[in-house]
Structures are given as structure tokens and as C-alpha cells.
Design a protein around this ligand. Structure first.
Ligand code: IMP
Ligand code: MG
Length: 177
């Protein structure tokens, strides 16, 4: 697995520092608001587990799954493959994503959730690749701005592999070319 990684982009120490800071900031911003964190599966799973351990206010969690990608390229179409189990009307929602790339997924998801009348919707993303944005989406909580490279680890995959790497690595292009 490690042989497929060109370089470590974000180390475990850097992840801990930024993820804890984001959790603490969310705790201050949503004090008394009982926010509902909505994780976007599967990529969110490690980020969300770590982030939520730094959220010190009462909150709840739910998960959704969407599909839009196969391999390293977006198909452009977003499909909800797992919907929420809770009603979000009147709730302060925080969507938790692994990476904001073209923005197509989050733009779609935000509009989809807005129809259910939440009190507010914010976005927390581990990484942001602003250079690739196609849809107008802004993440209020973004831990890392990264260059346009395909990354894996800490929840992110390439064809379902590498999610269990404890750091963010740049995949060797030879792996997917
Ligand atoms: P967007 O709709 O283009 O913003 O894509 C967002 C989704 O694409 C993320 O939630 C990831 O699942 C996937 N994605 C985008 N870039 C990468 C990457 O560099 N590595 C792994 N997955 C990625
Ligand atoms: Mg994802």
C-alpha cells in the first residue's frame, strides 16, 4: 500500500492540529444550538470520528451516502444512495465531507437538504481544492487547502482502497494511469 504513495501531503500531526482546531471552533460557534452533523459516506468516516471528539457541545449525528465518482474522474451526476434517518426541519445542520473538489456533490447536497427547511446549513470539509471548483460552494470550516493532486488516506479512497492510511498521501499517477 505504501509503495503506491508518491509523498505524504498531510501528516498525522498536521491532521490532529487542524482537525482539533476546527472542532473547537465549531463548539464555540454552535454553543446552545444542538447542531446535527451529517457525514457524507464513506469518505467522511475518519475525519468525522476525529472532529467530533473535539466538539464539546451537545450535538447529534446522521449519515448520508451519495455517488458521483468512479475512479479519479467525476461523472457529474449525483445520486443519493442513503438518505437521512432523522428529520432536519429547524435544525442547525453541519455537513461533514472529506474533500471539496469541483463542488458538484456539495452544491447538490446543500440544495437537496435546504428543501427540508433546516434552521441553517454549514459545511465542514477536511480538504479543499479551490483550483477545481465548478459549482459555487463555500465551506465555512475547511482544514486544509490543497493543490490539484489526487489524494488518498484518512478516509479517502481510490477505487475503495487506501482509506485506512493514517495520513493524506498523493497517489503515484502510475497507479491510476
Ligand atoms: P466534487 O463533487 O467534485 O466536489 O467531489 C467531491 C467528492 O469526490 C469527494 O467527496 C471525494 O469522495 C471525491 N474526491 C475528489 N477529489 C478526490 C481525491 O483527490 N481523492 C479521493 N477522492 C476525491
Ligand atoms: Mg466523498
Amino acid at each position: 500500500m505504501k509503495n503506491d504513495i508518491e509523498r505524504v501531503l498531510i501528516s498525522e500531526e498536521e491532521l490532529r492540529a487542524k482537525v482539533s482546531a476546527a472542532g473547537e471552533r465549531i463548539s464555540r460557534d454552535f454553543e446552545g444550538k444542538n447542531p446535527l452533523f451529517i457525514g457524507v459516506l464513506k469518505g467522511c468516516f475518519i475525519f468525522m470520528a476525529d472532529l467530533l471528539r473535539y466538539v464539546s457541545i451537545p450535538c447529534s449525528m446522521d449519515f448520508m451516502a451519495v455517488s458521483s465518482y468512479s475512479g479519479t474522474t467525476s461523472t457529474g451526476a449525483v445520486k443519493i444512495t442513503k438518505d437521512l434517518s432523522e428529520d432536519i426541519a429547524g435544525r442547525h445542520v453541519i455537513i461533514v465531507e472529506d474533500i471539496l473538489d469541483s463542488g458538484v456533490t456539495l452544491n447538490y447536497l446543500k440544495q437537496f437538504l435546504e428543501q427540508r427547511n433546516p434552521a441553517s446549513i454549514h459545511i465542514a470539509t477536511l480538504m479543499d481544492k479551490p483550483a477545481r471548483r465548478k459549482a459555487p460552494v463555500y465551506a465555512e470550516y475547511s482544514c486544509f487547502e490543497i493543490p490539484d493532486a489526487f489524494v488518498v488516506g484518512y478516509g479517502l479512497d481510490y477505487n475503495e482502497r487506501y482509506r485506512n492510511l493514517p495520513y493524506i498521501g498523493v497517489l503515484k499517477p502510475a497507479v491510476y494511469e
